[in-house]
Design a binder for this molecule. Structure first.
Ligand SMILES: [Zn+2]
Length: 475
């Protein structure tokens, strides 16, 4: 007996878009079959998806939940956790996210994972995983611990090449330690996930703008600028080239210079992948001047409209593979507390509208195929991060994570309709499709706007990076 049969939808499969039925047994997809090949009476429940799009659940490879941020007055702010953000993600059709486990304060990699588990286990309605986030002054035994973590199913290491803000220390990793880390990643089959900015350029621009009295956050793009992205991407990619087998995923690419650096590395057959964020694709630094302009910001920063064009180009020419959120969910009040270039909150509240907004921008406005769209919001993240084909595919044997999109649902994004927080950077943004049903491992989590999930539903996903992803520029 099947548990669920989804009939008559346009299903985005690894072989393309096919009108077919999807059968679910337990937590996995049992079959993808020709329409009506499986009689309805063989299933406990039938969902009629006629006229709807059935796609793999969204995957957001870059979120920060239950994250501590220091407010301008020096007090800590803890952002919304997996219960709240996971629920919003499911409403928006995303079933899996990847957050970070902070490896610092002399702790071991194992302790970093166990500490982070306290924020997630029993609290996440979405499936999740962590990138291990290395902090400065890694312990002398870090190569051994990193090797063990990779083998234990935690194969991605987050590395910062900048402290981002002058007031902050402890994030930036020096190039000697990065070199060491790359050797371990290459040897053990890991993947570096990189926040690259040129710390000298960024800190120089902070000092310069503060000296000149140009401290309003609207100047952010002058600080976290294109040159910084150019120099830092090329330096880190050159280092990767020197350690054969180093695979890298460049996070939140924001400038044309970053896109070009990735393209050059891939031309040299390096296994390098790019991520951008949906606000970088839609907003530019001009939007900082709008009321509450901080809501469009995350670090590095929004750039020019020319950069935006280059990012869009990257999504079609193989330099940008994933559109993530860099989710950091807080209230409008907290998001707009900082007003200076050196105290404005990063992160973004966008996990819920990501699929709907990107459908509009990609499929409706730019003519991307449904498969291209699904690659950018789900499948590529699964492939790069070692989750495919368990996640990111509608195929027999895959987890039954599916989102049913209604392409006749027109309207505008309203924070009041969302489940995330009290504002959205996409307020008023036109929508041409919206998820009506979200399924996680066979369980219907959201249907017709009703939430049926629980914070017990999510599972941690151990991962292994595929050989094809590490061997050269796949995808
Ligand atoms: Zn981030």
């Amino acid at each position: 007996m099947l548990d669920l049969l989804i009939r008559g939808g346009d299903v985005v499969t690894p072989q393309g878009v096919v009108r077919c039925d999807v059968a679910v047994a337990g937590e996995t997809i049992a079959a993808v079959a020709a329409p009506d090949a499986l009689p309805a009476q063989t299933a406990q429940r039938v969902i009629d998806a006629t006229g709807l799009i059935v796609m793999p659940g969204g995957i957001d490879p870059h979120v920060h939940l239950h994250h501590v941020w220091i407010k301008p007055d020096g007090t800590p702010l803890i952002t919304a956790g997996p219960e709240q953000v996971g629920r919003a993600a499911l409403h928006g059709g995303t079933t899996t996210f990847i957050d970070f486990a902070y490896w610092r304060d002399g702790a071991s990699a194992r302790e970093a994972i166990e500490t982070r588990d306290k924020d997630f286990v029993g609290k996440s309605p979405c499936d999740w995983a962590y990138h291990i986030m290395l902090h400065s002054e890694p312990p002398p035994e870090f190569p051994q611990q990193l090797a063990e973590a990779i083998q234990a199913g935690y194969p991605t290491l987050k590395i910062f090449t900048t402290n981002i803000l002058p007031s902050r220390s402890g994030r930036m990793i020096d190039f000697g330690d990065i070199w060491e880390a790359f050797q371990v990643l290459a040897r053990e089959g890991g993947l570096g996930v990189i926040h690259a900015e040129d710390n000298d350029i960024v800190m120089h621009m902070y000092a310069k703008l503060i000296r000149e009295g140009r401290i309003d956050f609207a100047h952010m793009a002058e600080v976290h600028n294109q040159l910084s992205e150019d120099l830092s991407f090329r330096r880190v990619l050159r280092l990767a080239e020197s350690v054969s087998g180093t695979a890298l995923y460049m996070m939140h690419v924001s400038a044309g210079t970053g896109v070009a650096a990735i393209a050059d590395a891939r031309r040299k057959r390096l296994p390098v992948y790019g991520e951008t964020l949906h606000q970088y694709l839609i907003y530019s630094s001009d939007d900082y001047k709008r009321p509450n302009g901080q809501i469009y910001h995350t670090y590095p920063s929004l750039k020019s409209q020319e950069d935006q064009k280059a990012l869009w180009m990257g999504t079609t020419n193989g330099s940008i593979h994933c559109v993530a959120t860099d989710e950091l969910c807080c209230t409008l009040r907290d998001k707009t507390l900082g007003k200076r270039i050196d105290d404005t909150t990063g992160g973004n509240s966008g996990v819920e509208p990501r699929l709907g907004v990107m459908y509009t921008e990609m499929v409706v406005r730019r003519g991307y195929s449904l498969s291209q769209y699904v690659d950018l919001v789900s499948t590529n993240a699964a492939k790069i991060m070692g989750l495919y084909p368990r996640k990111g595919a509608i195929a027999a044997g895959s987890d039954a994570d599916m989102t049913i999109l209604d392409p006749t649902r027109r309207g505008n994004v309203r924070a009041a309709d969302l489940h995330e927080t009290d504002y959205t950077p996409w307020e008023g943004h036109e929508i041409f499709a919206w998820p009506v049903t979200t399924i996680l491992r066979g369980k219907v989590m959201v249907e017709s706007g009703r939430y049926r999930g629980s914070s017990q539903d999510g599972k941690y996903l151990k991962r292994k990076i595929a050989t094809a992803i590490r061997n050269g520029p796949a995808l």
